[in-house]
Design a protein around this ligand. Structure first.
Ligand SMILES: C[S@@+](CC[C@H](N)C(=O)[O-])C[C@H]1O[C@@H](n2cnc3c(N)ncnc32)[C@H](O)[C@@H]1O
Length: 243
């Protein structure tokens, strides 16, 4: 996905998402975090395609946020600083990409401006999350493989994604996303064309596209969230893969 669209959207992203989804996205996130906590409560987390960093709501102590849009990164940093986080100097340079380390009490957030396909850090996570992120990867296979390489054996990969679905309600939701949302976005944000593209991207992934790339994982949870266009998958890395 062209990150320029997200650069343009960044400042109004949280509000716009709440409006066009009638708050459903927040319900999905809440459910997502509740389900994750059934398997893992805390540890090192990597959040891929973080946008404005809303997945910090898991409450994990150490989170790496991977987000290629420089404007989204700016908003994320502002948001965390407003919540009392302070920027710290990094002692170790992982890579040439911009990164920012923020701390508040026992919480440590590291924001890396890079793609899921290319980021590189020197530690492995207990949990990887991607909430509505996978369909934005330019190369799904490369993105999932790079994330998997940064996950500990027995660690969890938790995904919520909009996927194609043939039910009537799903078709109605897609019609709303493709026809009505761009109109609302045009009026409120002057971003009709951008939202048309975002709508199209929702139809770009099948559940099977995701599952077939989770090689070396055991699927420990898979369910449709309320409104069947969103699928939740939690997979456990079995540590016997060769990618
Ligand atoms: C729909 S938003 C994700 C929402 C977010 N995960 C949340 O919790 O609210 C999609 C994000 O994917 C990012 N993105 C685009 N290409 C990407 C890539 N190759 N790797 C990782 N993130 C990417 C965009 O910049 C955008 O911020």
């Amino acid at each position: 996905m062209d990150v320029k669209i997200y650069d343009k959207l960044a400042r109004r992203y949280d509000l716009a998402t709440k409006i066009v989804s009638f708050g459903i996205e927040e319900v999905w996130r809440w459910l997502f975090i509740r389900k994750i906590k059934k398997f893992i409560k805390n540890g090192v987390m990597i959040d891929a395609a973080s946008a404005t960093g809303e997945m910090a709501k898991t409450g994990f102590d150490k989170i790496y946020f991977i987000e290629p849009s420089s404007e989204m990164v700016k908003i994320m940093v502002e948001k965390f600083k407003n919540a009392g986080f302070k920027e710290e100097k990094f002692e170790v340079q992982f890579q040439e990409k911009p990164y920012i380390k923020l701390k508040k009490e026992n919480k440590e957030y590291i924001i890396i401006q890079d793609s899921a396909e290319n980021f590189k850090i020197d530690e492995k996570a207990d949990l990887i999350t991607s909430f509505m992120g996978l369909r934005n990867f330019d190369n799904l296979v490369k993105g999932i493989n790079n994330l998997t390489a940064h996950l500990k054996d027995e660690g969890y990969f938790a995904i919520v994604e909009m996927v194609k679905n043939d039910s009537l309600i799903a078709k109605l939701i897609m019609w709303y996303m493709n026809k009505i949302v761009p109109l609302i976005a045009g009026i409120l944000l002057g971003m009709k064309e951008e939202y048309k593209l975002l709508g199209k991207s929702i139809n770009s992934l099948n559940e099977d596209d995701i599952l077939k790339n989770l090689k070396g994982y055991e699927i420990v949870m898979k369910e449709k969230l309320i409104f069947p266009v969103a699928t939740l998958i939690i997979a456990k890395k079995n540590g016997r893969q060769d990618i």
